[in-house]
Design a protein around this ligand. Structure first.
Ligand code: CA
Length: 391
């Protein structure tokens, strides 16, 4: 997840934060009792003793006092963490102006229209394909084991790791703690989301060997080979090489198992197809009223909302059943049609999408993202295969 999940036009990021809460004894500075309630309009600095002075003194000079207090309140009151530990974890924060600018572009910044073709040309270049084939070869055993355990093919896992970080090579160079703190304390957009992710990061560091100080990631705080946000790391990462620690930064096996576990937990269905690209020739052969009839099966959300049985009765029915994979599926199974965007050609790409397509959109909430992952996966799975139809 190298990019901040953008909320429009598709639904908000739904990755729930980990609910696991650990109660700790309050630290020597007093903890929750030292923090004033939010919303009082008064920060309550006076008369609260050493703990208030400690958190006020620890505040970065660039952080608004109320946001700082809110963050500490969440850590200490909601999560039950020691104030002393929280302050130490947030010591010497450096404001990350570049991350703030990337998350909050100016209103007049040029908008780059989304384009499947452009994203495919970036993600299916010769270097990425060569790196991907080498990665698949080197980590064949882990990929096979993950496929066996979670039901997700190795090529799909590689598609995600390739699009996210070029198989771990490009993991981001933003200091994650300082980046999330800057976004939590200063970002006009989604500061609550980043606050929760910062808290998850601190909890992750507390419960594992992850060293906060040297940790680098994306401008939105995504981490490691699969670019998990801290909440996803805590919720879905697995120690797949069983060396006693879950390491998404350096262990390809852990990254492979964690991506597969994430997809399974977001609805991946073993041994089912993901999608089928509707070829332009098939669409061009349709009459106008048939094209209109297809629109009833097009979704803009992140779920397959139609019955395959109804799609079989649509003008695409014969084409769907040409595919053995699709012909074998029950009529009660779910599928829908999606348009993938191309500037000025809104209907350039039409894909038949199964629940597994939409599971990938839970990783990054975009049809273009899923299309890119699936196209890279297909290219890695079938070297020499023709490039995907470009609409
Ligand atoms: Ca491990």
């Amino acid at each position: 997840m190298p990019t901040i999940p953008m909320p429009k036009p598709q639904p908000e990021n739904s990755m729930a934060l980990g609910r696991r809460q650990t109660l700790h004894r309050l630290g020597r500075l007093g903890g929750a009792a030292g923090l004033a309630p939010l919303g009082s309009g008064v920060l309550g600095l006076a008369g609260l003793g050493r703990s208030s002075r400690a958190w006020a003194a620890a505040k970065p000079d660039w952080a608004p006092a109320e946001a700082w207090q809110s963050l500490l309140n969440q850590l200490v009151k909601s999560k039950g963490l020691p104030l002393a530990w929280a302050l130490e974890s947030l010591e010497n924060l450096q404001r990350q102006d570049k991350a703030l600018a990337l998350v909050n572009p100016p209103p007049d910044a040029p908008v780059i229209p989304r384009s499947l073709n452009r994203v495919l040309s970036r993600n299916l270049d010769a270097k990425t394909l060569a790196e991907g084939r080498a990665f698949m070869q080197t980590h064949r055993d882990s990929l096979n084991q993950a496929s066996e355990r979670y039901g997700v093919p190795g090529s799909i896992i590689c598609g995600i790791l390739g699009v996210e970080t070029r198989f771990g090579r490009v993991q981001g160079s933003f200091p994650v703690r300082d980046t999330l703190a800057s976004l939590a304390l200063l970002s006009p957009r989604r500061s609550e989301f980043f606050s929760q992710e910062l808290i998850e990061l601190l909890l992750l560091a507390k419960s594992s060997a992850v060293d906060l100080r040297g940790l680098q990631g994306s401008f939105a705080g995504a981490l490691g080979m699969p670019q998990f946000m801290p909440s996803s790391w805590r919720k879905y990462a697995v120690d797949f090489d069983q060396d006693g620690r879950t390491d998404l930064l350096k262990s390809p096996a852990d990254a492979i198992g964690s991506v597969a576990n994430f997809l399974l937990r977001h609805g991946w269905q073993r041994d089912r197809p993901t999608h089928r690209v509707v070829p332009p020739t098939v669409r061009e052969a349709l009459k106008v009223h048939q094209r209109v009839a297809l629109e009833a099966f097009v979704v803009t959300r992140l779920t397959a909302d139609h019955r395959l049985g109804d799609l079989r009765k649509s003008p695409l029915g014969a084409w769907i059943d040409q595919s053995e994979d699709w012909r074998d599926q029950s009529s009660e199974w779910s599928a829908s049609l999606v348009h993938l965007p191309e500037p000025d050609r809104p209907e350039a790409h039409l894909w038949l999408a199964a629940p597994n397509f939409f599971a990938i959109t839970q990783y990054n909430r975009s049809y273009v993202y899923a299309g890119s992952v699936l196209s890279l996966a297909a290219a890695l799975e079938n070297p020499g295969s023709p490039p995907p139809p470009r609409g």
